[in-house]
Design a protein. Sequence first.
Length: 294
Amino acid sequence: MTGKTLLWDQTLFRRGELFEFDHIPEHFAHRDSQQRSLIFGVRPALHGMRPLNMLCVGPPGTGKTTAVKKAFEELGEHAPGVITAHVNCQASQTRYTIFSQIFQKLIGHAPPTSGVSFKKILDEIAKYLIQNEKILIVALDDINYLFHEKEADNVLYSLLRAHETHPGTKIGIIAILSDDSLSYVFDPKVGSIFLPEEILFPRYAWDEIKSILSDRAKLGFYPGVLSEDVLDVIVDYTSEAGDLRVGIDLLKRSALNAEARASTNISEDDVRLAYRKSRMLHLSRMIASLGSGE
Ligand SMILES: Nc1ncnc2c1ncn2[C@@H]1O[C@H](COP(=O)(O)OP(=O)(O)OP(=O)(O)O)[C@@H](O)[C@H]1O
Ligand SMILES: [Mg+2]
């Protein structure tokens, strides 16, 4: 393949969508124990019981969001009595907007924008759950974005106490924390009732990164685009950052660099050039999660 020239309308990407961050991989390896713990925690809902509360913790790019979305997908197929709501707390940073998102998921449209109190939105959510005999599981993804002004405590407290304020409601919480440590301490009134099962997402080992990125490249590129030597360089960079997102972004950007040179395969230089940008992705995630934890 080396030295061959790409025609202007040719591409190295067989399935370009595999390199987008919101892509849910069909094959999700090396997270079996975390998947088992998540399923174990949500299982009670299959039998009409309140699911266990859970807390997924680990550094950026270790598969937390993917694991929870996969578990929700699986649950959706088997549990008509359960509704799942995945809320991105970076996009919705207040209790009001978070509950509006949950409302939208249940009712199918956003609550009216003016003059509706938080209490009214919660009332409607609870009414829906009770009337339709549904159990709700809420994933609060990137909950560290709610650590300002005790918003996380407020959100958790409202969800945890819903069965008292609105008897008959059954709600489970999966909080996802993008951090190296469990340094955040919840308010005692929340801590005494939250009691989550902790599910840890450690950084992937070098070999694990290699197998994940190799799978992605095999499905996403045409044969011969990525040699094993060049893959190893990408794995080195990814392993150094500890963030799988860097590796996926490197695959995409280095292939684009190769295309820009009209080459049919990725070179080490294509990777090196791409790394400057891909690294920023990881750094900005790190800084965002540090800043919001204070
Ligand atoms: N085991 C895996 N197999 C295949 N792809 C994976 C795996 N783990 C993570 N990924 C991919 O890596 C990227 C990052 O994963 P994900 O978004 O789940 O990480 P995260 O832990 O939620 O990160 P953050 O804390 O920054 O939100 C995604 O594109 C996802 O598809
Ligand atoms: Mg995530």
